[in-house]
Design a protein around this ligand. Structure first.
Ligand SMILES: Nc1nc2c(ncn2[C@@H]2O[C@H](COP(=O)(O)OP(=O)(O)OP(=O)(O)O)[C@@H](O)[C@H]2O)c(=O)[nH]1
Ligand SMILES: [Mg+2]
Length: 557
């Protein structure tokens, strides 16, 4: 569904992103004193007076980008102006009218669309009089605003509502909450290229410049009448290589994107070794129990070197043993190869994670696994499991009712988890396991303070500092990522994600798994609002089809 678009434009540093965040009611765009931080078009769906429109933040017009991305940025601004039905033209009262503002005004006039001039940084009434200078720009309607002091938002919204197209999509609330897919990975792994292939337009800037993407950008697109949001993220690199604040927060933003996603795609470039950064991102995936796919992009570049998918898969599996259920996909985003199968897979994974199974089924599986291989005696007591129950979905959360919650060793719990995963069609998604002792008299859904939550990451025995021996894949001449991985490569692989297989080492482990804590003056000109309302329906998340993807691996291009 296409919502009417309202674009915020202006020369660099007039406060477009601050204004955008303020109107959106949340911090979406990066706000930084450095000119030219925003590069992509950042969008947010806004609801005002039961009507909907898409607000778009853009890069500064006329800014010279330090990474020579000026043409791309100008292209994104032009696209925003082309798609907009209303233009919000921001200027800065403190700097006064500049030549750059006149240039922007001239460009805007060529689009022939309604323009509202917003004089930003009018932090108090005393500054409002100075705004009159901006009438020289030739736009009849102007409002003094302050994103920082939160002045005159209502007037701006009223003006927008008056000019939004009547009826149609502006009144329709989103029918289903779209499936959110976070695309994370190191810099230059092709994340933005992949998103453009999904959206079938140059929605975000993709270039060979490492660190092209800065903000997390929500890209809304449709396929088969279903809406998705792909979250493009800034490529992450290791801390020591980080040059400034904008980059410094890239890992925090990637984490946030993972947290709010339904499914995560972890992008890797097969030309380079897996690094600490990849591992960090994998840890977030486990920490938040997110269904995920390892996406090996740029497969076209290594296929010529005779590298096989099997070898690469072996290398990935060896590096992330605790994520052995995560499907691996081989993709060439540049040509669109395998892009849509990955989207289908994401839907399937989400369906798996939302699934619910009966207490009887889950108990049967656990009891059978228990009988096949009983757990070793601990603290002079025989561990027992009475029954198991799924108490939540997305992530699937299973409570095991036992005689004592800490009698089970991490490898044994991994064994149980594997049985639950494989036999109950949670094949490819993380499961949250909670151990509950007999002392609790509460029901399956209640929380008991002695519950031991077994996070899969922690259910794995810590691996000694030993390194992996070079795998067959590594021996095929992989490069280190020159600047952002460097000496990290190799030293960290398998460090604490674990490298052991499940069953052989059940006996001999010590210690329980650790517990996890769980209208006013200053408005120079304003438009009267129009009253048009319609009831709003609550958004509904549409559940995609479920299929097991067990063992699925994309083979050669
Ligand atoms: N050969 C080949 N090149 C690709 C492929 N995918 C992306 N590229 C190229 O890789 C470069 C980086 O692509 P981007 O999409 O900007 O990468 P990114 O991960 O978004 O990078 P950052 O935003 O810097 O983190 C561009 O030059 C792309 O054309 C692919 O499948 N094959
Ligand atoms: Mg990018």
């Amino acid at each position: 569904m296409a919502f009417p678009s309202v674009a915020i434009v202006g020369r660099p540093n007039v406060g477009k992103s601050s204004f955008f965040n303020w109107l959106a009611g949340k911090r979406i765009s990066i706000v930084d004193p450095t000119a030219g931080v925003t590069r992509d078009r950042i969008k947010c769906l806004i609801e005002a007076d039961e009507r909907y429109f898409e607000l778009v933040d853009t890069g500064g017009m006329g800014n010279h980008d330090v990474d020579n991305l000026t043409n791309y940025i100008e292209g994104q601004i032009a696209e925003a102006l082309k798609q907009a039905c209303i233009i919000l033209f921001l200027v800065d009262v403190r700097s006064g009218l500049l030549h750059a503002d006149l240039k922007v005004a001239a460009t805007l006039r060529t689009y022939g669309k309604p323009v509202l001039l917003l004089v930003n940084k009018c932090d108090h009434e005393g500054l409002d009089m100075q705004a009159n200078d901006f009438f020289q720009l030739g736009f009849p309607e102007m409002i003094c605003v302050s994103a920082m002091q939160k002045r005159h938002k209502e007037e701006v919204l009223r003006w927008i509502l008056r000019l939004l197209p009547k009826g149609g999509d502006t009144f329709a609330p989103p029918e289903h909450e779209p499936l959110k897919i976070a695309i994370v990975g190191r810099r230059n792994t092709g994340k933005s290229t992949f998103i453009n292939a999904l959206a079938q337009e140059d929605r975000v800037i993709a270039s060979e410049v490492a660190g092209t993407t800065r903000d997390s950008v929500d890209v809304r697109f449709e396929r088969d009448n279903q809406t998705f949001i792909a979250i493009d993220t800034a490529g992450v690199r290791k801390k020591r290589s980080i040059k400034g604040d904008i980059e410094f927060y890239s890992i925090a933003r990637a984490e946030r994107s993972i947290r709010r996603a339904d499914v995560v795609l972890l992008f890797m470039d097969p030309q380079f070794k897996i690094s600490r950064v990849d591992k960090q991102l994998a840890e977030y995936i486990l920490m938040y129990h997110k269904p995920a796919v390892f996406v090996i992009n740029k497969w076209d570049l290594v296929i010529e070197k005779g590298i096989e998918t099997g070898k690469m898969a072996e290398y990935v599996r060896k590096t992330f043993p605790s994520l052995d259920f995560v499907p691996i996909a081989f993709v060439t985003a540049k040509t669109g190869k395998n892009v849509y199968p990955v989207l289908n897979l994401a839907q399937t994974l989400f369906k798996q994670a939302c699934q619910r199974v009966s207490t009887a089924d889950i108990t049967n599986v656990v009891v059978q696994a228990f009988q096949d291989i009983p757990p070793p005696i601990r603290q002079n007591r025989t561990p027992r499991i009475f029954f198991a129950s799924q108490v939540d979905a997305n992530p699937p959360t299973v409570v095991l009712f036992t005689n004592k919650s800490d009698l089970f060793d991490p490898p044994y719990l991994r064994y149980l988890l594997k049985n639950i995963r494989d036999k109950l069609a949670f094949n490819d998604v993380p499961i949250r396991l909670v151990m509950r002792g007999k002392e609790s008299r509460l029901g399956p859904g209640d929380k008991f303070e002695d519950d031991v939550v077994v996070e899969e990451k922690f259910a794995i025995e810590p691996v000694k500092k030993a390194r992996f021996s070079k795998s067959a894949y590594e021996n095929q001449g992989l490069d280190d990522v020159s600047e952002d991985v460097g000496e990290d490569v190799g030293e960290d692989v398998g460090e604490d994600l674990g490298e052991t297989s499940l069953l052989p080492k059940i006996a001999g482990r010590k210690g329980p798994p650790p517990k996890i804590g769980g209208p006013k003056k200053g408005v120079i000109k304003k438009a009267p609002p129009e009253k048009e309302t319609k009831a709003k329906a609550p958004p509904n998340k549409k559940k995609p089809d479920n299929k097991s993807t067990k063992g699925r691996l994309w083979k050669k291009d």
